[in-house]
Design a protein around this ligand. Structure first.
Ligand code: IMP
Ligand code: MG
Length: 177
């Protein structure tokens, strides 16, 4: 392999933080009834699975998928495109968007605008990771796992060209010179 991986967040540390986030969410939604968790594919699949198993709040699971135009020079670098929508109407429901990582913030900001237009009872955001140094758009994060430095990370759902997604821990990836 031409890349090297360095562990940034261990399996144990992830599990501990996911349990804390679930407890926080349970506290906040205790009197609100059913929650709709919307996982952003593909990166959030592992985080969503672990978080959902820790939640006592009754909930449904939905998925949404977006892609950014970022790699096409002719497009607006922040443009985001909807690839796969949720299956059920979220109007009048309590919604929590579950993301793997907030980098520039364009993706989450797009999703918040898209979903808010459908008039949910409430809409909050949860992301396992955030790179504060890369932020370009202000977007409210209600539940945050970890702030990380500006490095490319893989594992626990996150990929590098579709590889390393199923590593159980989060690693910084360094490409060979
Ligand atoms: P944003 O729109 O710039 O905030 O980018 C968010 C998306 O870019 C995430 O949902 C990820 O899919 C991807 N991404 C950003 N940084 C990383 C990383 O370090 N590793 C893997 N995927 C990343
Ligand atoms: Mg993502």
């Amino acid at each position: 392999m031409p890349e090297t991986l360095t562990t940034l967040i261990s399996e144990e540390l992830i599990a501990e933080r996911v349990a804390e986030l679930a407890a926080e969410i349970d506290r906040d939604y205790a009197d609100k009834g059913e929650l709709v968790l919307i996982g952003v594919l593909k990166g959030s699949f592992m985080f969503l699975a672990d978080l959902a198993r820790r939640l006592h709040t009754p909930h449904r699971v939905e998925f949404i998928s977006v892609s950014s135009y970022g790699d096409r020079v002719s497009e607006d670098p922040g443009a985001v495109r909807l690839i796969l929508d949720v299956r059920h109407d979220i109007g009048g429901r309590h919604v929590l968007v579950v993301e793997d990582i907030v980098d520039t913030g364009h993706t989450l900001s797009y999703l918040v605008r898209l979903l808010n237009a459908r008039l949910p009872a409430s809409l909050k955001t949860c992301t396992l990771l955030r790179k504060p140094d890369r932020s370009q758009v202000d977007v409210a994060i209600d539940y945050l796992g970890f702030d990380i430095p500006d490095v490319w990370v893989v594992g626990y759902g996150l990929d590098f060209a579709e590889r390393y997604r199923t590593l159980p821990r989060i690693c910084a990836l360094k490409q060979a010179e």
